[in-house]
Structure formats: structure tokens, C-alpha cells
Design a protein around this ligand. Sequence first.
Ligand code: RP5
Length: 161
Amino acid sequence: MAPLVGIIMGSDSDWPTMEAAALALAEFEVPFEVGVVSAHRTVRKMVDYAESAAGRGLQAIIAGAGGAAHLPGMVAALTPLPVIGVPVPLKHLDGMDSLLSIVQMPAGVPVATVSIGGARNAGLLAVRILGAANPLLRTKMANFQASLEQLVAEKDAALRE
Ligand code: RP5
């Protein structure tokens, strides 16, 4: 099936963090594509990717980057699609640099920023975005939420055994 979500990252070194987004999408059987697209090292590739994304059928983009993490914001400036930003933690500053680079967008160019290293939530948020126009995905998400509730109930009960 043609990909509906694009997962991009500034470097292959971001993959250990970003893989969780891919796993979440796979869990919900949402077709996705993965690629390295750097805002600084492959500027033209980034522009091409963002400008062609909607026309290629993508419905959302998950962009992860660390340090001076400009990729999500630049992509959001170049596409009308929803962009979810994942701050990737690097060796220094614990990902605070990545978080602030991604979250402090100027008015008019939103990036839905998840927590530092929060790639799984980025995948789940993409499922919710697609689910707004897809009842089957919405039902799957509701079932997933019910399973979380059930899990907490089981753990709560186990505490008192
Ligand atoms: C960022 O620089 C990337 O997103 C990555 O988090 C960071 C370091 O990249 P490498 O030097 O590991 O390729 O643009």
C-alpha cells in the first residue's frame, strides 16, 4: 500500500529513537515510509520531500532531529500537511536543545511537538490524525485506549494481591 505517513530524521543516528514511531504505525497497520532528510546537510532534498509529500499521498509527516533541530519546522513551512516533531536527545543538554528548537515555532507555522524522545507518541498522534477521517482507525485507537485502561486496572489489582 502507498505510504500515508512519512517518518523522516536528520541523521541515521536518530533511528534508535525514531523507530518507536514506525513500530506504533505498524501496530495500527498504517503504511509509512522512512528516510533520512537533513535540514542542514541535504537542504534541497528536504525542500523536495516536503513540497512533494501531499501530492504523493502522504497525510502526515513525523520529523525527528536532535541538537539544532530545524527539520520539523522547515518541513512544516514547506507543506500544508500536519507535521509532528520529535526532539531527539543527544549526548549534551539531554534533548532540551532539540525540544526548544522544535517547539518554539512562530505563529502560523505549527509543529505538533511530542516529548523528548517521544517517538511512540508521535506515531500514535499520526494514527489519531488519520483516524479523524477513517472510522476503522478511530475504532482501533479507541480499543487501544481501552487496553491501556485495562492494563492499569490489572496493575492496580496486582498491587493489592
Ligand atoms: C541532527 O544532528 C540530527 O537529527 C542528529 O540528531 C544530529 C547528529 O547527527 P549525526 O552527527 O549523528 O549524523 O541534524
